[in-house]
Structures are given as C-alpha cells and as structure tokens.
Design a protein around this ligand. Structure first.
Ligand code: NOJ
Length: 720
C-alpha cells in the first residue's frame, strides 16, 4: 500500500475498529463466530464478539496451517479486512533452540548472534509469525533476578552489540522478505534494575546511570531499526513505564527518533491500578495513551474506555490516530496488505524447522557460549583413555533448553548423549535424577550420595549440576544462588573419593559456586545451551572446540555482594592492598566477584605485550588515539581470543566508572602465532552524560587492553 492509501484506510475506520487495532489478545480469544462470546476470559475483560473482529494482533500462536486459517477467518470478519499481526516470544530460536541470550552474549560473537537470529526468523516466518518479542535489551547486575537469562548481561557495549546483531538477524534488509520477521526490543525501560532482583519490582535509578548504562542497548535496537518497543512492568522514577511520558515520548521518540510501534507488556495497562498510579481503568487507558503505548497487550482498557475518553475530551483523537497509523504502517512494512500470510507455508515449515543447517548453527553457538572457569592441571580437554563417570541431575537430562523454548524433544541435548556421540565411554552414572522446579515446592531430590559408590572405579567424574530451567526466567527470582544441598554434597564426596571432578554448570544465571570450587578440578559454565547442548558441551570437553566464551555477567562470591559488576564507580575510600577498617570493603568477603566480566579460560595461553598508544588528535573520524597491542598464542593449540579495550577517565565533572569496555575484537591464533591488534579510541568513546548532556572533557585517561576485565595492560595518556 502507498502511504496515501494507509492514511485513507485510517480515515475510513470507526473508533471501535481503531481501538481494536490497538488491542492484542491471546489466540484463545479468537475462534468461530459462535463460540467467541461464550469464553469466560472474554467476559472478565468485557470483550464483545464485535470487538474480537477488530483486534489487530495476537501473541504466541504457532503453526503455518493454523495461522493461515486464523488469518482467513479474521480478515473475513474485520470490517476493512485488515490482516492480524502474529507476534510471539521467539527468544532463542523456535524449533532449533539455540543458547539462552545470556549465554549467547558470552560468545562475544556478534556475527554468530546475527546468524542465530536469522535462523530463528526463518523458522518463525514459515510458521506464520510476523514479529518476535526479542531482543530483551535489559542491562542486568543482579543474578537473583530470573530474567538475567534473557539479557545480554552487565555491560552496555556488549549489550548494545548483541542487541543490534539480534535485530539485524531478525529483520534483515527488508522485514517484508518471506524469511524475515520484525523485532520488538524490550522492556523499556530499566527492567533489569528491579530492586533486590525481585521480578516486577520497583526500579529507581539515577538519570546518569540510566542513560549511561541501562539505556544503551535499547538505543542500539532503535539505531538498528527495530520495528517495535515493549514497555516494562516496573515503575521508573516512581512512574510505571507503561504510562511514562519521559521514557516513551521524550527519550524514545523525541530524542532517539523512534517512529515504530510501542506495545505494552502483558496486562501492564491494567497493572497501573495495582501500582497505585491509575485510579481505575479509565485513568490507566488515558495514561498509557498519553505516554504513547500504541498496543495494549492482554487487557482491554483501550477498548472499554477509549470511546468515553475521546467523547469527554480527555484524550484527543489524534493520539489514537497516530497509534493506529503506526500499527498500519508496520503491517504495511511487513507486506501484510499484499500477502497477509507472509512466509507461512506448511510444506516449507517441515523442511526448515530443525534442518541440518540450523542444527549446525545451534551446535556452534552452544560450543561458543560455554565459559571455562577453571581447569587445574589441564584436566580438560578430556583424556578419553581414562575411566570416565557421569553424575548429577544434568548427567542425562534433556531439560536443558532454557525458558521460552518451544521444541518438542531434546533427547540429543543431554550431556550423556553428547559425550557418547564423541566416543567417550561412560563407565558408570550416579545421582542422575533430574531436579524438580522450585515452584513445585521442591528444592532438591532425596539424598542419594550412597549411589556415588558406583563411580568408585572412575578416574574422572563429569558432574552435570545447576538449577532447574524453570527456576530461571520470568517470575523466577531467588535469594539463594547456591547449588542444592545434595549437589554440593555430591561434589564434596566425589572430591573426597579422590576423583578428578569436572563440574558442568547448567544455569540461567551466575550461581554461587564458591563453596564447591575447591572440590572441582575443572568448572565449565554451560548455561542452558538449547537443542544442541549435549553436542556443544562435548565439543568443548573433548577439545574439538577450544573454549572462547567470556562472562557477560560477573559471578559473585556470595549473594551478599550483589549487585557486583566490573564497571562500578570508585569510592572516596577505595580498598588498596589488604582490607582494613574504614575503607570500602566487607569484613567477610573480598570486594571482587569470584569471576569477573570478560573472564574465561581457553586451552591455549595468550600473552599480551607492547601496548602502544599513538595520539592522533584531530583525525577526521573523531579518532583521538590509535591503540595497538601484541597478542601471542604461547601454546601448541590453535585458539580464539577476545581482545578487550577498556578506558578509565581519571577525573571528570561526574565520577566515572573504574573501567568501561569500549571495544573488543575476536582473533583466531594458530599455535605460537603473534598478531598486532589495533583499536581506535574516538571522542565519542570518551564522552559521557554529565547529567545534562553528553560531553567530552579533555584530561587524563587510562587505556587498558587485555584478556579480561581483571587482566589488563594499562597506559595513562593526557588528552588536551
Ligand atoms: C510478559 C513478558 O514480560 C514479556 O517479555 C513477554 O514478551 C510477554 N509476557 C508476552 O508473552
């Protein structure tokens, strides 16, 4: 359709039709004409059958045949035959599930991220989905929050790059292409700052912290052309995000120029009443409309209150018109007016879902997302000639996909099957009963440590430990991040039995593993790696893939340190040297996390030398410094190194973080190969938000390059 035709369509729509377009309901609200008015939930929402014919979109319906049928029926009923938009939570793949987003961020591999998202787009498009509620760009610092699994971690730059790659992967050049889908970034904004890591809780962050840390990845999504933004459940500066004019009108639309659609999170308009912000549904609808939320997801205040608000002059019709215009424009960008079924194709669906090419991507992504935390005495890669046993609740569990996974079966995903595929002979297995989710009231299985005797003959025991996947994700906040009691006991016992212990940790968040670290010779952070988890892990354990993942989120020593993150500010009493009274430290714990952001071992060793900084002030592209460093693989095995550049602004008009990641590159190094890696430090990299504007202040800067946020070469320069 031309833009003119879109405007004509808008002008010909009734107010009810417009409000319907602005309302999203779950698929069970649709159906045949006879049955719709009978459904209970509809009554509760005061939704009439004629409203259903005007609804503009639905969520989480899958299957090409079903969606084609649904679209046909809906368009026949819709007064102007406007097609529905099918949206869904395709968070880390549809059928070919790839690692959870936090794990993908640990790969530091934006190309791989884009490839994985493009694969998710292909699988979604053939099933009839037009838009995914992904990426989640929420910066996170608190592993108590279950949703850290959906996030790209604690760093704004890594978060921004991963977010950008994800949006590009979904949308490609043209989101109307049959194999592409639109992307909705979420949750705007600052949802990751939920107080005490409790889901849906209050967020209260200063403007400076918001702009410099929390907003960066959302902005990257906007810059990458994401079609949609989703509100978050939290209040921010005491106003619910869904009714927050500063966030949506000022920052998102005015400052960043976002002209896409804004959708609320599930029931979030209604929740403004419970927040104590809106007195009733009428006020809730008014506030959300004023803030510029174009689509109300899963509550019906727009439909029920919109007409009254317009008639009473409390809302200008132009607010509704601009919202509907944006929605129609998105449908048009997706090409739905020409082809309302878009890529939906039952035949292709069979060919594309779980095809060989996709499984290969998922496997590569799984191996690249793994972070090797400890490898004493070079226990890994595995010596297959040793007697190897398996233990723990994840030894043979297929429940390793992570939340938001729609795959039916994941038999091949288990640790056991992966190792078997790689020709590892498993001598014995013990304590392999899978965990139960905490929501069922269970924290652990019964004590089975006696079973460990079965492993008496083994030299090495690989222990699959962690948390149940249902104990991560939405509404899965925890205050205790330790492994369950039985798992801790198991690791200790195996160590006491004289076994070499390799712990493979399956989790959606950094866990508190300090108590078991002494019992483990090697520790592999495997997260939830998706449908190829078993193969990906075995690729790393057996040495087919040299681990290259780095932590996208610090692992705390204890939950008492949380939030603990690398890019913090300094205090006026920093801890230097040994802890002592009246400096900023704990009596019972170091300040540093157990493993910091950017950390991750490899089977290779790398040496950094010759950090050189060349001042090239005045270069046209805004480059202020050329930085180079030599990186050498000093081992006999080829590896992939992620070279990280951090800066520290020594003194500024607002206090700056002790270090901030400003760039990173991945290089492949053959045994004993040495390469010079160059970075450009630009003015933009050194500028910051001074509580009023972004500014650059000349002065002293520390330039740091190295392997991890805690392992860096450092040079100080003065920029005038
Ligand atoms: C609520 C979640 O917060 C959001 O991330 C998700 O996209 C919606 N539900 C829709 O399922």
């Amino acid at each position: 359709m031309t833009d003119k035709q879109i405007h004509e369509l808008l002008a010909s729509m009734s107010l009810e039709e417009k409000l319907g377009e602005m309302t999203q309901m779950a698929p069970n609200f649709f159906g045949t004409e006879d049955s719709v008015d009978l459904t209970g939930p509809m009554k509760a929402m005061n939704l009439r059958p004629e409203d259903v014919s005007c609804l503009g979109s639905t969520l989480n319906a899958f299957g090409a045949e079903k969606l084609i049928q649904m679209q046909k029926e809906h368009m026949a009923r819709q007064p102007h035959h406007i097609p529905l938009m099918f949206m869904a939570d395709v968070i880390h793949g549809l059928k070919t599930v790839y690692p959870i987003p936090l794990a993908m961020a640990c790969s530091f591999d934006t190309g791989l991220m884009e490839e994985a998202a493009a694969m998710a787009a292909r699988e979604s498009a053939v099933t009839g989905v037009h838009l995914t509620f992904s990426p989640m760009a929420d910066l996170v610092r608190d592993p108590r929050w279950g949703r850290v699994m959906e996030s790209p971690g604690e760093d704004p730059l890594l978060g921004a790059r991963m977010t950008q790659a994800t949006v590009k992967g979904y949308q490609g050049e043209e989101m109307s292409a049959p194999d592409r889908i639109a992307s909705c970034f979420k949750h705007f904004g600052g949802y990751g700052g939920s107080e005490a890591g409790r889901d849906y809780n209050t967020v209260d962050i200063s403007d400076g912290t918001l702009r410099e840390f929390y907003l960066t990845a959302y902005k990257a999504a906007v810059d990458a052309g994401a079609a949609m933004a989703m509100t978050s459940f939290n209040t921010i500066d005491r106003i619910p995000a869904t009714g927050n004019k500063k966030m949506f009108r000022k920052i998102l639309r005015e400052e960043w120029g976002f002209d896409g659609v804004a959708i609320t999170d599930f029931g979030a308009v209604h929740e403004m009443i419970a927040h104590g912000y809106a007195a009733d549904g009428t006020e809730a609808a008014k506030y959300a409309l004023e803030a510029g939320a174009d689509i109300e997801m899963m509550s019906t205040h727009y439909l029920n209150e919109g007409r009254k608000l317009v008639q009473q002059g409390k809302i200008d019709i132009s607010l509704i018109d601009e919202a509907v215009l944006r929605i129609l424009q998105l449908k048009n960008k997706l090409g739905l007016f020409e082809n309302p079924f878009k890529g939906a194709d039952p035949e292709k669906e069979k060919q594309v879902h779980l095809c060989k090419e996709h499984l290969e991507i998922a496997r590569r992504a799984a191996a690249r997302s793994i972070v090797l935390l400890k490898n004493e005495g070079g226990l890994l890669p595995l010596d297959k000639s040793q007697k190897i046993g398996l233990a723990g609740p994840f030894a043979n569990s297929a429940d390793v996909l992570g939340g938001w996974a729609f795959a039916e079966s994941a038999e091949q995903a288990t640790l056991y099957s992966g190792l078997k595929q790689h020709g590892v002979q498993i001598t014995a297995m013990a304590m392999a009963e899978p965990l139960r989710p905490m929501q069922q009231g269970f924290m652990d299985v019964s004590d089975q440590t006696a079973e460990l005797e079965r492993l008496a003959d083994c030299d090495i025991v690989i222990a699959g430990v962690g948390e149940h996947p249902d104990d991560t994700g939405e509404s899965a906040s925890k205050t205790v991040l330790r492994l369950s009691h039985n798992q801790e006991k198991m690791l200790e016992r195996l160590h006491d039995m004289g076994k070499k212990v390799i712990a493979v940790i399956f989790s959606g968040r950094p866990m508190e593993i300090r108590p078991v670290l002494p019992f483990c010779d090697a520790v592999v952070q495997a997260w939830f790696l998706g449908i190829e988890a078993g193969n990906g892990i075995a690729d790393v354990l057996c040495g087919d893939v040299n681990p290259s993942g780095r932590l996208a989120m610090s692992i705390p020593q204890t939950v008492g340190q949380v939030p603990v993150y690398y890019n913090h500010m300094n205090t006026g009493r920093p801890l230097i040297g040994e802890p002592h009274r009246y400096v900023s430290c704990y009596l019972d714990c170091p300040n540093e996390p157990l493993f910091p952001f950017g950390y991750g071992l490899s089977y290779s060793d790398y040496r950094y030398t010759d950090l050189c900084i060349d001042k090239t002030v005045g270069a046209e592209d805004g480059t202020l410094l050329n930085v180079s460093v030599d990186v050498e693989n000093t081992s006999d095995i080829a590896g992939r190194e992620t070279v990280q550049l951090y800066i520290h602004d020594v003194a500024a008009s607002v206090v700056r973080p002790v270090k901030e990641l400003k760039d990173f590159v991945q290089i492949d190094l053959q045994p004993h190969q040495r390469r010079t890696v160059c970075f450009q430090v630009t003015r933009a990299m050194l500028s910051f938000w001074n509580n009023e504007a972004r500014v650059f202040e000349p002065g002293d800067f520390e330039i740091m390059v190295g392997h991890s946020s805690d392992e860096l070469l450092c040079e100080r320069v003065t920029i005038s």
